[in-house]
Design a protein around this ligand. Structure first.
Ligand SMILES: [Zn+2]
Length: 286
């Protein structure tokens, strides 16, 4: 496939002029339609934006195909490469050019968690500040466990708004977009403080292979702990083919599920702070 065959990110700018001050991204993963629907609803709501806002569908082809990605997972290949053979690497580079220095919200949905989660990098303190004021009980720093995600390359807050393909995820996406635009003075109104807890991912947790390679995922893996609840040392936290996995040290499960990811359960981490000031201190932020 030649480069000209890949559809570029779809960008629509609204507001007082064409030079975008803030960015809302959906459709980095093509099988998470709630973000795309949330953008459409906000565009159709008749808002008068006070600052220019660009709304971006990152990967129109994957959205139309209803597939997470076509060649590689875009949210693992930032900053991308315009000369790559992989569509998502080329699109990742294009998307970073579109986003530039603007504060950005990127909408996702998940298998493993119904309550919304904000994902940031502590390398971008302004994104941490924004995430702390969004309508979410949980803010997660992914810096140490996830390479190549969009939130590692700018003032970006990624939100998992809810469960994939649900109306609740779309409605929550609308709330996040409107709150984000209010926080950046693109919409009038105030945002209520949700007072989230702050977590830090330490590492991805690999899934041991099953002895029966053709078995259904949900028959093989059983997770015995809840996300964001501390797992003490010695706890049986999962089983694989009925064999117990025991925690060698205490951890907090983050975005863990039996079958949400192919090769990993999710992430293990720790609490970085019960308040923004505790988290800032934990992360050494000014
Ligand atoms: Zn996603």
């Amino acid at each position: 496939m030649s480069m000209s065959d890949t559809r570029s990110p779809d960008v629509r700018t609204r507001g007082p002029d064409d030079d975008p001050a803030v960015t809302v991204v959906a459709g980095v993963h093509g099988d998470e339609p709630s973000g795309v629907h949330a953008v459409e609803r906000v565009l159709d709501a008749g808002h008068e934006f006070q600052r220019p806002v660009q709304f971006v569908i990152a990967h129109p082809e994957a959205v139309d195909a209803d597939q997470r990605y076509l060649d590689v997972d875009m949210n693992r290949v930032f900053p991308g490469d315009r000369d790559s053979d992989d569509r998502e690497r080329r699109l990742a580079a294009e998307l970073l050019d579109v986003v530039g220095e603007t504060p950005t919200l990127s909408l996702h949905a998940t298998h493993s968690q119904v309550d919304p989660i904000a994902l940031v990098s502590r390398e971008f303190p302004r994104a941490v500040e924004t995430a702390a004021r969004l309508p979410t009980p949980t803010v997660v720093d992914t810096t140490d466990a996830v390479d190549g995600a969009l939130n590692r390359f700018g003032d970006v807050v990624t939100v998992e708004t809810g469960q994939q393909r649900t109306e609740a995820a779309t409605e929550s996406g609308v709330l996040f977009i409107e709150a984000f635009l209010r926080l950046h003075d693109a919409l009038p109104g105030v945002v209520n403080d949700a007072a989230p807890t702050f977590y830090q991912e330490d590492s991805a947790v690999e899934k041991p292979a099953s002895a029966s390679p053709h078995a259904t995922c949900s028959d093989v893996y059983e997770l015995k702990v809840k996300n964001f609840e501390q797992v003490p040392t010695g706890t049986v936290w999962a089983t694989v083919d009925g064999e117990e996995l025991v925690a060698e040290e205490a951890f907090v499960p983050i975005l863990m599920s039996e079958c949400g990811y192919q090769d990993i359960f999710g992430y293990k981490g720790h609490i970085a702070g019960e308040t923004l000031s505790e988290a800032r201190e934990h992360w050494g932020l000014e």
